[in-house]
Design a binder for this molecule. Structure first.
Ligand SMILES: Cc1cc2nc3c(=O)[nH]c(=O)nc-3n(C[C@H](O)[C@H](O)[C@H](O)COP(=O)(O)OP(=O)(O)OC[C@H]3O[C@@H](n4cnc5c(N)ncnc54)[C@H](O)[C@@H]3O)c2cc1C
Length: 299
């Protein structure tokens, strides 16, 4: 690891000052689970590491709340650990899909350190929370010395390990809406190797049945199938407004193959992942429908 100066500011204002002073030579550190690995491998060699650990007492940064001014969304502070999200009574009650997705990350040891914000800014397409957040239609709050902006989670991911976070910005929170009334959801992580591995393929589905067994709305997002998490909008359009039979569910699941571009790696070849993406999307659609109390009818 290269030599670096460690800073532990106690306020966001101090963080912004440090980012301004050291520019591209500074890196934020939250849980450190990804950054320290990158520094050990010399993939990152910052001269200044700015810890966010001293900000956990800052209101809203390490807490989860469902206040009315978020239009029904649950606000998750960026410094909440994965374990905090997974075990939060508010998340478990209002968005069980999210509690489940955060629980799929690695081991309790990692989940006790890794933060919700750090995970997103890491920008790894193999992570578990992003597909669930995209399927829910969640947004992130990015704060800088100049103010705040919100961005849909799917727009956060621009390329392999690259996000839309601008220099000087800190991800301060996640706004996760609850499921629409009557909707069902599922997150499936295909793990053929070990239980604590990254996904070979992962799929999150939120589906809202309409009248006469038609699909009123559906959102599908996948992980480990390309350079970024993928929101499968074309596959969704194959099912939205259609009768929900096993045939239409299969056609929708098969259509994800056109929207993904998996990489060959030791978790599987690109072709294998493409097939598994279809299989697991079909399973996730059926599981989400069952959760909505409407198992898909035979075609
Ligand atoms: C052994 C191991 C197994 C893992 N398995 C899984 C898995 O199965 N599924 C999965 O989803 N993930 C997995 N992960 C990845 C893990 O989820 C990430 O390492 C973790 O979420 C990163 O969070 P952190 O708080 O530790 O981030 P850090 O390491 O502190 O930071 C990560 C990046 O985000 C930046 N950053 C941090 N916080 C902020 C912020 N608030 N605003 C702006 N930038 C910020 C940092 O500068 C850095 O670039 C695994 C990691 C390890 C080490």
């Amino acid at each position: 690891m290269n030599d670096f100066q460690f800073h532990r500011p106690a306020s966001l204002a101090e963080v912004f000052d440090l980012l301004e002073s050291y520019g591209g030579d500074a890196r934020l550190m939250a849980g450190g689970t990804a950054l320290v690995q990158q520094m050990k491998q010399r993939l990152a060699q910052p001269g200044h590491v700015v810890s966010l650990g001293g900000l956990r007492q800052t209101p809203g940064l390490a807490s989860i709340d469902a206040a009315a001014d978020y239009h029904g969304a649950v606000r998750i502070g960026a410094l909440c650990t994965h374990r905090q999200v997974e075990t939060s009574p508010v998340v478990q009650r209002q968005i069980p899909l999210l509690a489940h997705a955060f629980r799929q990350v690695a081991t309790p040891r990692i989940r006790n350190m890794a933060t919700a914000g750090g995970g997103l800014v890491h920008g790894d397409p193999n992570q578990d929370p992003p597909p669930a957040l995209i399927a829910l239609g969640a947004s992130v709050i990015l704060t800088s010395a100049k103010g705040q902006r919100t961005l849909p989670v799917e727009q956060l991911f621009v390329d392999y390990f690259e996000t839309a976070v601008r220099p000087g910005e800190v991800l301060t929170g996640i706004l996760a809406p609850p499921l629409p009334p009557g909707a069902g959801a599922a997150y499936l992580k295909f793990l053929p190797r070990t239980a604590d591995d990254y996904a070979t393929v992962s799929v999150a589905v939120v589906i809202t049945p309409g009248r006469n067994n038609t699909c009123q709305d559906v959102r599908i997002a996948l992980g480990s199938v390309g350079m970024t998490p993928v929101h499968a909008t074309q596959a969704e359009s194959r099912l939205r407004g259609q009768p929900m039979t096993q045939d239409t569910l299969r056609a929708c699941a098969d259509a994800v193959a056109e929207e993904i571009d998996p990489l060959d790696d030791y978790r599987g070849s690109a072709g294998y992942k493409r097939e598994m993406a279809q299989v697991f999307t079909r399973r996730a659609l059926n599981q989400a429908l069952a959760a909505a109390g409407q198992p898909g009818r035979p075609g």
